[in-house]
Design a protein around this ligand. Structure first.
Ligand code: PGA
Length: 249
C-alpha cells in the first residue's frame, strides 16, 4: 500500500508568535488519520516547531536546502544543518524556487543527491506552466523535469522520494486542476517511472497533487486512484482547513 501524505507548505508566512498560535490550533485538530501529516515552516521556525510537535503525529519538514555540505554560501542551509535540528524531510524543486531563484534540473539533481547522502526523505516538486499546457506540452515538460533531476538514481533510493505534481497555473491562483487532469498526469508520472524502474517502484511511489487544494475539493482529488495526497499552500495556514483536507482521506 502506498502512503498517503498531506503536507502543508507554509512558504514565507508565520513569524514565531504566529507559528506558536498555528501549532496550538493544529494540535486541537489532530485525529487519527489515514494520511501522514507534514508541515513546512520557515527555517527560523524549524527547531521550535520540531520541539513543539515532538509528541504529535506531525512531521516537520524543510522548504529547501543547499547541495553543498558547508562553506561560503551566504544565506543557505545544508542537509546536515537540517538534520541537526531533527528534520528528516525536505521539499525540493518547488516552482517558486525554480522561478524566483533560478533552480534548474541540474542544481536540483545535486540537491537530491545531497539529501539522499544524508538519508533524508525528499518531496520533489515539478509541474508545467500554463503556456506548456496550452501548447499541449504538459507531459513532455513533466517527463523531462523528472528524468533530468531523478533518473540518475538507483531504484532503491526511490523509497526516500515522494513526488509532488504541482501545475504552476494552479498554485496560489484559486484555479485547481480538475480531478481528471490530476489523475491523468499522475498516471502518466507513474508510467514514466515504470518505464525506467519497473512496476514495483512505480506502484509504491506516493504522488501528491498541489495547487489550490481546499477542503471543498480535496475529497474529489484524493479520490482518484493515482493521487496519494496533497501539498497544500494557502489552505495550510488555517488549522481547520488543513485538517479538513487531511481528513478528506
Ligand atoms: P497553494 O500552494 O495550495 O496555495 O496553491 C500549493 C504549493 O505551492 O505547494
Amino acid at each position: 500500500m502506498r502512503k498517503h501524505i498531506v503536507a502543508g507548505n507554509w512558504k514565507m508566512n508565520n513569524d514565531l508568535a504566529q507559528t506558536e498560535t498555528l501549532i496550538s490550533e493544529l494540535k486541537k485538530q489532530i485525529k487519527t488519520s489515514d494520511a501522514e501529516v507534514m508541515i513546512a515552516p520557515s527555517f527560523t521556525n524549524l527547531w521550535h516547531t520540531f520541539e513543539a510537535t515532538r509528541n504529535d503525529d506531525i512531521e516537520v519538514v524543510a522548504q529547501n536546502m543547499h547541495f553543498a555540505e558547508n562553506g561560503a554560501y551566504t544565506g543557505e542551509v545544508s542537509a546536515s544543518m537540517l538534520k541537526s535540528v531533527g528534520i528528516q524531510t525536505v521539499i525540493l524543486g518547488h516552482s517558486e524556487r525554480r522561478a524566483y531563484y533560478n533552480e534548474t534540473d541540474e542544481s536540483l539533481a545535486k540537491k537530491v543527491d545531497a539529501a539522499l547522502a544524508h538519508d533524508m526523505r525528499i518531496i520533489f516538486c515539478f509541474g508545467e506552466e500554463l503556456a506548456d499546457r496550452k501548447a499541449g506540452n504538459e507531459e513532455s515538460v513533466v517527463e523531462s523535469q523528472i528524468k533530468n533531476a531523478l533518473f540518475h538514481l538507483e531504484a532503491l533510493t526511490f523509497k526516500n522520494i515522494v513526488l509532488a505534481y504541482e501545475p504552476v497555473w494552479a498554485i496560489g491562483t484559486g484555479e485547481t486542476a480538475s480531478p481528471e487532469q490530476a489523475q491523468d498526469m499522475h498516471a502518466f508520472i507513474r508510467k514514466t517511472l515504470e518505464s525506467k524502474y519497473g512496476n514495483v517502484v512505480a506502484d509504491d511511489m506516493t504522488i501528491l497533487y498541489g495547487g489550490s487544494v481546499k477542503p471543498a475539493n480535496a475529497k474529489e482529488i484524493f479520490g482518484k486512484p493515482d493521487v496519494d495526497g496533497g501539498l497544500i499552500g494557502g489552505a495550510a495556514l488555517k488549522a481547520e482547513d488543513f485538517y479538513a483536507i487531511v481528513n478528506a482521506f
